[in-house]
Design a protein around this ligand. Structure first.
Ligand SMILES: C[S@@+](CC[C@H](N)C(=O)[O-])C[C@H]1O[C@@H](n2cnc3c(N)ncnc32)[C@H](O)[C@@H]1O
Length: 468
């Protein structure tokens, strides 16, 4: 076995026969693997031919590392070997690596090979060829080849090409700081809109909020809102979350807490009906343009679950088992964009980024153990800890956090605690009163909530437009 420092020293010596002797296919596999893995940056003039026999080694890990090392050389003398490798290799990641190595050559000689792999059956290989060919996108034959993929069945390939077209149209490769991004309309800050959420959303300007965290009504299971049918309920949520998408800033997050619900049976002769709300709403959200990011599971203690085990506990007969439900979904989505999350972060000044850092210990898994909370007025409130995690993980200080189903105002309360603003919608006066009590506490004397009717908010927004 060779040490890293020994390898580094030999790389600096052009006359050394060390690699010629060491990189032979008959050498012990563990030694070859460690050598290939520790080669690091290769000096100019390194003899790439030494890797070629390893491209057909019986050990797939050695083949993979050999391809990676050839790629570091960015030398089109190895085009034929890499092309052969991509044609014969079975491992899909190693094939992709070979195409990546060909792309790194940035050589016009590689264009026919890369164009050939645009028709590969493995989307990873196609995508890698697309990325490599984009370097030559000004060439008409490359443009034609890439255009032929605009309707490719694979979504990642289509999205990659579409975002390239978008970038070309907007005439910039990386977008500048959008000075408006951290801002939100003053008229919406620390406001509870007392109205039906569908009406409220219509008057909120595009791209005004940074984060939504919400828990919608539970179909006909808990509250007194009655929907004609489950489809009507899902349609209602879809309308609300489509509008939420419109008023959300580019690349920002939407976090939705739901769980399957049971609508109780109407008599002993019938069974109760269970509705899988998180699963049924998910495809509608992605259709709207919310990109799925994470599935967090909120776990409550056993005592918090409704007991569904009574019958089975007695009779123990198969098929009659019913699990007590101690979890809820906390699904995380992002407004779809071709910009990376880094772009969103860069829109803030250094001070805000530093002040918003999530310090100390935090939950690293997607299983969040949090006790449920109860309230004397509202039957289904967020535990403050849940809102606190979501707000800290997915927003910056000074952001506007929205809850379309505001209830007793937990999101507002916790947003203020973390130096964010809130905007809530709620239709029930009783819950708004409760929210006011919670939000009016002395701690937040500087940020008294304003309960506005639709007309009042509309006129405030119109006034703001006049002053712009
Ligand atoms: C599950 S609760 C949300 C509770 C909230 N997360 C909290 O911590 O208090 C759903 C809320 O949505 C409200 N709601 C239901 N339909 C609505 C609508 N069409 N417009 C506005 N609010 C609505 C209900 O009155 C209820 O307070």
């Amino acid at each position: 076995m060779f040490t890293k420092s020994q390898i580094d020293a030999e790389k600096l010596n052009p006359d050394s026969l060390f690699f010629k002797n060491a990189l032979v296919p008959t050498r012990e596999e563990s030694t070859l693997l460690s050598l290939l893995d520790n080669l690091g940056k290769l000096p100019a003039g390194f003899s790439g031919e030494l890797f070629v026999p390893l491209l057909t080694h019986a050990n797939p890990k050695i083949r993979m590392l050999a391809v990676k090392n050839v790629g570091k050389l960015k030398d089109d003398r190895f085009l034929e070997e890499l092309s052969q490798f991509a044609a014969n290799e079975k491992n899909t990641l190693a094939r992709r690596e070979a195409i990546s190595a060909i792309g790194r050559m940035r050589s016009e000689k590689a264009i026919p090979t890369l164009t050939y792999y645009l028709t590969d059956t493995d989307p990873k290989v196609v995508l890698q060829s697309v990325r490599a060919l984009l370097y030559f996108k000004e060439k008409p034959e490359v443009q034609t080849a890439l255009d032929s993929l605009l309707e490719h069945p694979n979504e990642l390939i289509r999205e990659h090409l579409a975002s390239e077209i978008e970038r070309k149209k907007s005439g910039r490769r990386t977008s500048k700081k959008d000075l408006q991004h951290p801002m939100s309309p003053d008229a919406l800050k620390n406001v509870i809109i007392h109205a039906d959420v569908q009406e409220s959303l219509k008057i909120i300007p595009d791209e005004s909020i940074h984060l939504t965290f919400t828990s919608p009504p539970y179909y006909n299971a808990r509250d007194y809102t009655i929907y004609q049918s489950y489809v009507a309920y899902l349609d209602f949520l879809t309308t609300v979350f489509k509008e939420t998408h419109r008023i959300t800033k580019e690349g920002r997050f939407f976090v939705l807490n739901t769980s399957p619900v049971i609508v109780p049976r109407i008599s002993r002769a019938h069974s109760s009906k269970r509705y899988a709300i998180p699963y049924d709403i998910h495809p509608r959200l992605t259709d709207i343009g919310w990109e799925f990011i994470d599935d967090i599971v909120w776990t409550k203690p056993d005592y918090a679950a409704k007991n569904r085990n009574g019958g089975f506990f007695q009779h123990r007969k198969p098929l009659g088992y019913k699990a007590n439900s101690v979890t809820e979904s906390v699904m995380v989505y992002r407004k779809k964009t071709d910009k990376l999350i880094d772009w969103n972060i860069r829109q803030y000044d250094d001070e805000t980024i530093a002040a918003s850092r999530v310090m100390g210990d935090y939950e690293k898994t997607n299983l969040w153990h949090i006790n449920p909370a109860t309230d004397k007025v509202h039957p289904a409130i967020f535990p403050p800890e849940l809102a606190s995690r979501v707000i800290q993980f997915y927003s910056f200080k000074g952001d506007l956090v929205f809850d379309p189903f505001g209830g007793s105002g937990t999101v507002g309360h916790i947003a203020l605690t973390h130096d964010r603003y809130f905007l809530l919608c709620e239709k029930e006066a009783e819950y708004i009163e409760r929210a006011k009590q919670l939000l009016d506490v002395a701690l937040f004397a500087h940020a008294k909530p304003r309960v506005l009717s639709l007309t009042k908010l509309e006129s405030e927004l119109a006034e703001r437009n006049q002053n712009l």
